[in-house]
Design a protein around this ligand. Structure first.
Ligand code: PEP
Ligand code: MN
Length: 363
């Protein structure tokens, strides 16, 4: 149930409504906009029938929310959520946020070279897997803690914030101490123990859609994180399993406008894991931006041929820079800030080292 308030509601009236609802054992969630506030009620809505909600002072209207997700639902928020994941890494605002970097952290030199190059090209965040969820137990599993340290070092050296995947509830605090944003991979989208644990960390979460998950299941996964206390979730469409075998997965372009309709959370697209082929990254990125995505996550490697994982779908540093230029007209058509301009407001010197300070990483 959501309660939409009158524009001129007083704080005392607001408190009174919340007290009445909470007095029945429900939780309330406030979303304040410039002109009105939405009070979301979570719990046994049947109990609310005992209160004359519509007649309480300050109430304009009352609407049931029948969806199985509440906090993630578009109805629960006055405005769209903008998630900031470190200095200059903003998702859901007027700029398109591009995350770029290798599938796996392989060594410090390749990571730093990639970070500097993608930053110069306009990326707002570096990616790099430390713990890799590999389908085969014999494939490279990532450098683990060593990779986390390298990410933190490169972050401090270049000022570009970092995102990396957390696979295990036991690693949540460790990963949160080294990275600006924590990624939940497709294979863990319904790991409810992990999602609940991520609800209590002070870092935004990048939640990737499971390869066989519906949009509603993705939103319920986000709800797990949010209901446990973390409102900063960025959703990522990364391709789903279909009968089509010519691509690694099938990019579900329709999920982008559907998600934008159903939720206030930012939505980004990973064209690398969707297509599984470096040649498909540009066209899938164009489609994503045109369909309204708030950002992209792209695998980039200085030497894709020798990458330890996902070389086939990784762009070279040069190809990534060229792609960033080619994205401009699509960003303009979608009514977004030019990519370079989006970054320019943050492309300062000095401030970057301050930004690195606000995450005290054990380098
Ligand atoms: C990744 O982004 O490194 C990854 C493993 O992707 P996904 O979870 O989408 O397969
Ligand atoms: Mn990968």
């Amino acid at each position: 149930m959501i309660i939409i308030t009158r524009p001129n509601i007083t704080e005392a009236e607001l408190d009174h409504i919340r007290e009445r609802v909470e007095g029945l054992g429900l939780r309330t969630h406030l979303s304040r906009g410039e002109h009105r506030t939405i009070i979301g009620c979570i719990g046994d809505e049947a109990l609310l029938e005992s209160i004359p909600l519509r007649t309480l002072p300050g109430v304009e209207s009352v609407m049931p929310v029948l969806k199985p997700y509440k906090l993630a639902s578009r109805d629960f928020a006055v405005d769209r959520t903008v998630v900031q994941a470190g200095f200059g890494a903003i998702f859901g605002g007027s700029a398109i946020g591009v995350i770029a970097g290798p599938c796996s952290v392989e060594n410090g030199a390749m990571l730093e070279e990639t970070s500097r190059s993608v930053k110069a090209a306009g990326a707002c965040m570096l990616r790099g897997g430390a713990f890799k969820p590999r389908s085969s137990p014999y494939s490279f599993q990532g450098l683990g803690l060593e990779a986390l340290r390298l990410l933190a070092e490169v972050r401090a050296a270049t000022g570009l914030p970092v995102v990396t995947e957390v696979l295990d509830t036991r690693h949540v605090d460790l990963v949160a101490a080294h990275a600006d944003m924590l990624q939940v991979g497709a294979r863990n989208m319904q790991n409810f123990a992990l999602l609940s644990e991520l609800g209590r960390v002070q870092r935004p979460i990048l939640l990737k859609r499971g390869m066989s998950a519906t949009v509603a299941e993705l939103l319920m996964a986000a709800e797990y994180i949010m209901t446990h206390g973390n409102p900063n979730v960025v959703l990522c469409e990364r391709g789903i399993r279909t009968f089509e075998a010519s691509t690694r997965n099938t990019l579900d372009v329709s999920a982008i406008p559907v998600l934008k309709r159903e939720t206030h959370l930012p939505v980004i697209v990973d064209p690398s894991h969707a297509g599984g082929d470096a040649d498909l990254v540009a066209p899938l990125s164009f489609a994503a931006i045109a369909a309204g995505a708030d950002g992209l996550m792209i695998e980039v490697h200085p030497d894709p041929e020798h990458a330890l994982s996902d070389g086939d779908q990784s762009l070279t540093l040069e190809a990534f820079s060229a792609l960033m230029q080619r994205l401009e007209p699509f960003a303009a058509a979608a009514g977004r800030l030019p990519l370079a301009q989006g970054m320019k407001s943050f492309a300062t010197t000095g401030d970057e080292s301050r930004a690195a300070d606000n995450l005290r990483v054990p380098v």
